[in-house]
Design a protein around this ligand. Structure first.
Ligand SMILES: Cc1ncc(C[n+]2csc(CCOP(=O)(O)OP(=O)(O)O)c2C)c(N)n1
Ligand SMILES: [Mg+2]
Length: 697
């Protein structure tokens, strides 16, 4: 086998003998693992997995040359990258069986879906299964590294500056989000490599069906990314190419694509088998990297008998390790709730909410002041989004003056790329930074929602606590002055459904400032919903959103509601009072409506929608017996409807009436015309009418 290939291989191996031997050992290990899984498929295919069979050469070339300061995002076919960086077969097999000691996720995610934060190895942020979706978070890492270098925050690596590798299958590159990542890498010249392993296959769809051009041609649309196309089944060529590219990036700090053509020799995954649909298996076998590497090893003077003995040793080693891994401990059932949120240091309200001798300011400025104070104190804090840069300072002037004060590298505009804006925080946070990002309108969070759900929200849980994502995502929200169908929407029901993200919705400047501080110091992702109609208190009845600016140390813990108004004690004990539980604009509708029922209405402002302050909600519900929920969203299938169910379940015996809900009329969108808009939205009159009915019970 080796001899046949040797004839067709150039006799000019450049890689040293020691590396060739190590490459051979690891390639043999990867191949033996794949064969072992296949031979035991009744057992190993309990959980779906894919192997690198056919892709090993380029993967090992990358894995073997990564250093501890580097970052890599391997995809599900990259088990040879993992072997290359030094993971053991036993550690990998713990993942195939989803065992407790799986070093990546503790049995929470599939084989070769790594996340690693070891001192002596390259770093791997959490890797999802969603094809192509790692491109943005990984570009975020490179963005973070560049930021640290520019701000003088990076350690001195003595000329060996970090490289970031984002590994992708060829078919995944047609995902729209990949182009957002390429755009940013090209535009800002990030120090990274997109490694595209081109086997010509999607699952069963082939290149001819799914792409108009390969990545080499596609990349021509991204000015400033250098591309190398190589035979990724040739270990020597792969090793030399990666070596050269890494060396350039370590010095010149600019992006590359390595387009590696490879044969897919194994199954797509354990569940989708090659013999069902592949018509190219014979041709693919002629490009097997293993005999090619054997030929190169022989050329470098490694003899046949040494290779044979290596193969035998590895085979029996894998057999032993397999049995050990199969019999390793499973995760404990009770561990299922570990690592939902990383513990936050902010648990108490602290500081002075209303310092003496200060004038009231509008809510939009409270946000600005909070960000300014945080950025002055923390060089790792930065702010980016659409139009937040110096020229405008945000379409609501919510970031006005920040770029002037902190410079264009710390406060800057992004392209219109909501997925990048949100998803890049995963990488920025992993790199040790604290990004504030902004989605211009809640209506435009949808293009970023995939990143929020797939990457941001799950990173901490699926990495078994290794990679919390600390970021603040500011989102102006809500209907205000005929904003119409695309500048008025409420999105909290969808956001609160994404469980690994905290959702905060302050109704006044003091809370906004205090919560912005808490969000910044929180190790978890926090979405800060900021109502546009409250920003300047221009709507009648919302003057209360203005507040004296709290002092610099003032902080409001996330997950704690606030009693805005209390009914009088007699009315409460006689069963003549009710509590309105609400948030955002609802606080002002409730306050206005309550004027007609003097002393009979308590009002709770939730301030945080997830995690909810159930202690306060239940205490107030039970105490009043009559509960009304007010929301700007429509009611069906909503956050508020879920909350009503929970209140009724927890307080059934104490309630004197069904929980009343006031919300918008249920339509697919908020219409533009002001008469239609007013008809659709709640207001003080609608709340007043519902209060009258509730208090009648
Ligand atoms: C967003 C998303 N859509 C669909 C899938 C299902 N899926 C898994 S692998 C795959 C094909 C990916 O092909 P490619 O990127 O070329 O990698 P290869 O498996 O060929 O190495 C698909 C469609 C997925 N995991 N994620
Ligand atoms: Mg492919």
């Amino acid at each position: 086998m080796g001899d046949t290939v040797a004839k067709s291989t150039k006799l000019s191996v450049k890689t040293d003998k020691k590396t060739l031997l190590r490459g051979l050992e690891l390639m043999c290990t990867a191949k033996t693992l794949a064969e072992k899984y296949e031979a035991n498929k009744e057992i190993t295919a309990k959980y779906v997995h894919a192997t690198s069979r056919g892709h090993e050469a380029i993967q090992l070339a990358v894995g073997l040359q990564l250093k501890p300061q580097d970052w890599v995002a391997p995809y599900y076919r990259d088990d040879s990258i993992l072997l290359g960086i030094g993971m053991t077969p036993y550690e990998l097999m713990l993942q195939v069986f989803a065992k407790k000691d799986d070093p990546f996720s503790g049995g929470r995610t599939y084989y070769s879906h790594p996340s690693l934060n070891r001192e002596d190895m390259p770093k791997i942020p959490h890797q999802s299964s969603a094809t192509g979706m790692q491109a943005i978070p990984t570009t975020g890492v490179a963005m973070g590294i560049q930021y640290k270098e520019k701000q003088g925050l990076a350690p001195d690596y003595k000329g060996e500056n970090p490289v970031v590798v984002c590994s992708l299958g060829d078919a995944s590159c047609t995902e729209g989000e990949v182009s957002e990542a390429l755009q940013m890498a090209a535009l800002k010249q990030y120090p990274m490599v997109f490694l595209v392993q081109d086997n010509g296959w999607d699952i069963s769809a082939n290149a001819a069906e799914t792409r108009a051009q390969d990545i080499t041609k596609y990349a021509q649309g991204f000015n400033g990314i250098e591309v190398r196309t190589i035979d990724g089944s040739d270990f020597d060529l792969s090793f030399q190419t990666v070596k050269e590219v890494f060396e350039i990036i370590r010095k010149e700090r600019r992006p590359f694509i390595i387009h590696a053509k490879v044969p897919l020799l194994g199954h797509h995954t354990s569940g989708v088998r090659k013999e069902w649909y592949r018509d190219d298996l014979e041709e693919a076998a002629t490009r097997d990297p293993y005999p090619k590497l054997i030929a190169q090893a022989k050329e470098a003077g490694i003899d046949e008998s040494a290779i044979k003995s290596l193969e035998t040793t590895i085979a029996s080693y894998i057999d032993e390790e397999y049995t050990k891994a199969l019999n390793a401990e499973d995760p404990k059932p009770e561990s299922v709730t570990d690592f939902i949120f990383a513990p936050t240091p902010i648990t108490e309200e602290k500081g002075i909410r209303e310092p003496k001798g200060k004038k009231k300011t509008v809510m939009v400025d409270s946000a600005l002041f909070a960000v300014r104070e945080l950025m002055s104190k923390h060089p790792e804090a930065l702010l980016y989004g659409q139009d937040v840069g110096g020229r405008l300072g945000g379409v609501f002037r919510e970031a006005a003056t920040l770029a002037q004060q902190f410079g264009d590298d710390r406060v800057f505009n992004t392209p219109i790329q909501e997925a990048f804006i949100i998803g890049s925080t995963v990488g920025m946070s992993a790199a040790g930074l604290k990004p504030f990002v902004e989605v211009q309108f809640a209506d435009y969070i949808w293009p970023g929602l995939n990143q929020l759900f797939t990457e941001v929200s799950r990173s901490y849980y699926l990495s078994n606590g290794k990679w919390p994502v600390s970021c603040v995502i500011r989102v102006p929200i809500g209907a205000y002055g005929s904003g119409g169908p695309y500048h008025s929407s409420s999105v909290e029901s969808v956001l609160t459904n994404i469980r690994g993200v905290k959702t905060v919705y302050p109704s006044n400047g003091a809370d906004l400032k205090g919560l912005m501080k808490a969000a910044f110091y929180d190790p978890n992702p926090v979405v800060m919903l900021e109502h546009k109609g409250l920003y300047w208190s221009k709507i009648k009845g919302t003057e209360g959103a203005m507040s004296i600016e709290p002092d610099e140390d003032y902080i409001v813990p996330i997950g704690k509601g606030r009693i805005v108004q209390e009914a009088n004690a007699d009315a409460v004990s006689n069963g003549e009072a009710c509590v309105v539980i609400t948030y955002g604009m609802g606080v002002y509708w409730a306050l206005e409506a309550a004027k007609k029922f003097e002393g009979k209405v308590s009002i709770v402002d939730l301030r945080t929608l997830h995690p909810l302050d159930f202690d306060l909600i239940n205490e107030q519900s039970a105490k009043h017996g009559k509960v009304m929920l007010v929301t700007e969203e429509s009611i069906e299938a909503s956050f508020t409807l879920g909350l009503a169910g929970r209140i009724q379940r927890d307080n059934f015996k104490q309630l004197d009436a069904p929980v009343s809900i006031v919300g918008s009329i249920d339509t697919p969108a908020i219409p533009l015309n002001s008469i239609l808009e007013a008809e659709l939205l709640p207001n003080a009159n609608k709340v007043e009418k519902a209060l009258g009915e509730l208090l009648e019970w």
